[in-house]
Structures are given as structure tokens and as C-alpha cells.
Design a protein. Structure first.
Length: 304
């Protein structure tokens, strides 16, 4: 019930405005958000590097319906890529296509993405295209496939295990030998599109993970679930899959000590580091994933 409420709030612009105002007053977003500025985010990346981990930087934003705003987002990401290169950081970037204008037109979005990919190729970096709600799945995959020919080494995508369609998507996309991040999914979806029960989402996650690990693709295993991680480790050992073919990924602020343990054990660990002023939708989805986080936030507010 609480999860449904949180996810509905994550798509309500009026409520999100209130969350932003309260968040700035009480600093409640700090658990999951690196900060509102690039400098704050880069400081987190440096700290991760000292602890033996990599990073994926996300300048938060989504649902852009103004062409100028979408183009500004593209240029902000290009600046971020330049800063990563100048500081020689072990980080790449993650973007949502609705931030680049997918709600305006696929052509506008593709044009903005092209600018970012050209910059990524120039500086030798990588761009992860995030997956949003199922409303955008088909369009996101089409844009991604259009870019693969020129940017195979510089662009990757995300697949969500809670969608019924994901097995077909994994089998098709992995054949390209591209970079695929597998996660469970964090949006509210109807029962005819996504598995409603967690056990089915988990079962499909394991199935898709094994398909990816045996494919030509590079697999980013995005989960905080130790059962999934242990299963992955057993599977790669059994199938003699080299560590160069996969990595584990987790979100900033979630199971921080466990992230460090995985890195110390010799596996590649990358932390998803979100930052920026438009953090409220992302923040609400994190609360929805684990309602106990709401109590943590309330306690912090009472301490202020």
C-alpha cells in the first residue's frame, strides 16, 4: 500500500514540488542523493575510488517537454563528461531519454543523445541509457539500437526483470555484444505488463542474468539482494565466466558496507551516484522500494 502511494507521488508534479521544498529545508535527500552540484557528486566519486569502487553519475531529470531545456540537459552531460576526463575519474554517465526530449519527439531526443555520444566517444567514456516506465520501453530500445552501429563501445542500456517482455529484449539486444544493465524495476506497472509478485520478479531476474552472462554482452548486475549476488558468483564460477565480462552495481546510499565488501573480494563494484536539483522523483522511488526508509527520514527530520 505505502509503495503504491510513494510511486504515485513520484509522478505528481505538484507533490514533487513540495517534496523538493521540504527536502531542501531538512536535507532529507542526502541518504540517496550525492548533492545538487557537480562538485558534490565528483567528491563522492573520488571517495568511491579511494574505497576501490567505480561510479555511474546521473544528473537527475526526467519528463522534459521543452526543447531548450532538453538541449541544456544534453550540454550539461557533455560538460560532465569533460569534467570526468579532466579529473581522470573512474566514472561514466547515466541518462534518461525523457530528460533529452523523448516526450517531445524521438527525433529531438535522438539528436540530443547524439551530441552526448559524440562527446563520450571523443573523451573515451561511456553512456548508460536508463530505462523508465513501460510507456517508454519500446521507444528507448529503438533509440538505443539506432546508436549501436556508431557507438557500440560507448553506449549501453538497462533492462528491467519485472516486465514480461524483458526476456525477448535481452535475447535480442545481447546478440549485439553490447553493455546491458539488469535491474528489477522501480515503477508502478499494470499486471498485464509486469510481474506483480516479488518472487516472480526475482525468478525472472535470475533467468535473465544467466542468459546475459552466457551471451556476448557485458553484464552489469544491478541488485542489493545478496541472494542474487551469491547466485551470480556461483554461476560464473560454474560456467568459468571471466570477471572481465560482468560487474555488480548498487545505488548510492544503499548497503554501503556491503558495496565495499564486494569490491574487496575482487569483483568490480560500480555505484550509481545521482545528483542535481530535480531529485524528488528518484527519491520517492527509492522510498517506495523499501518503506522502512520513510521511518528513517521522519526520524532525521525530528532531529533537525
Amino acid at each position: 500500500m505505502l509503495r503504491s502511494v510513494m510511486l504515485k507521488m513520484a509522478s505528481n508534479r505538484v507533490l514533487l514540488g513540495s517534496v523538493n521544498r521540504v527536502g531542501r529545508r531538512y536535507g532529507i535527500a542526502r541518504r540517496f542523493i550525492a548533492g545538487e552540484t557537480m562538485d558534490e557528486a565528483l567528491a563522492v566519486v573520488r571517495d568511491l575510488r579511494e574505497r576501490g569502487m567505480l561510479a555511474c553519475l546521473d544528473l537527475l531529470g526526467e519528463g522534459v517537454r521543452d526543447e531548450d531545456e532538453a538541449r541544456k540537459a544534453a550540454h550539461a552531460y557533455m560538460e560532465l563528461l569533460d569534467c570526468i576526463a579532466a579529473n581522470r575519474l573512474d566514472a561514466y554517465i547515466s541518462i534518461k531519454l525523457t530528460q533529452l526530449g523523448l516526450d517531445i519527439s524521438r527525433e529531438a531526443c535522438s539528436s540530443n543523445l547524439e551530441l552526448i555520444l559524440q562527446k563520450a566517444k571523443q573523451v573515451g567514456n561511456f553512456v548508460r541509457i536508463d530505462m523508465e516506465s513501460s510507456r517508454y520501453t519500446e521507444g528507448t530500445i529503438k533509440v538505443f539500437e539506432e546508436k549501436l552501429r556508431d557507438y557500440l563501445e560507448h553506449v549501453g542500456i538497462v533492462i528491467q526483470s519485472y516486465l514480461f517482455r524483458s526476456e525477448a529484449d535481452v535475447r535480442k539486444l545481447s546478440a549485439y555484444g553490447c553493455n546491458i544493465r539488469l535491474c528489477k524495476g522501480a515503477y508502478m506497472e499494470p499486471a498485464h505488463i509486469a510481474f506483480p509478485k516479488k518472487r516472480d520478479v526475482d525468478r525472472n531476474y535470475i533467468k535473465l542474468m544467466e542468459i546475459l552472462l552466457l551471451s556476448p554482452a557485458y553484464t552489469a548486475i544491478a541488485t542489493h539482494d545478496s541472494r542474487m549476488i551469491n547466485h551470480a558468483r556461483r554461476f560464473v564460477a560454474e560456467k568459468k565466466i571471466p570477471r572481465e565480462k560482468f560487474e555488480f552495481q548498487m545505488l548510492y546510499g544503499v548497503r554501503r558496507e556491503y558495496q565495499g565488501e564486494i569490491a574487496k573480494q575482487g569483483d568490480k563494484m560500480r555505484v550509481y551516484v545521482p545528483y542535481g536539483r530535480h531529485w524528488a522523483p528518484y527519491y520517492m522511488r527509492r522510498l517506495a522500494e523499501r518503506p522502512a526508509n520513510v521511518l528513517f527520514i521522519v526520524k532525521n527530520m525530528l532531529k533537525k
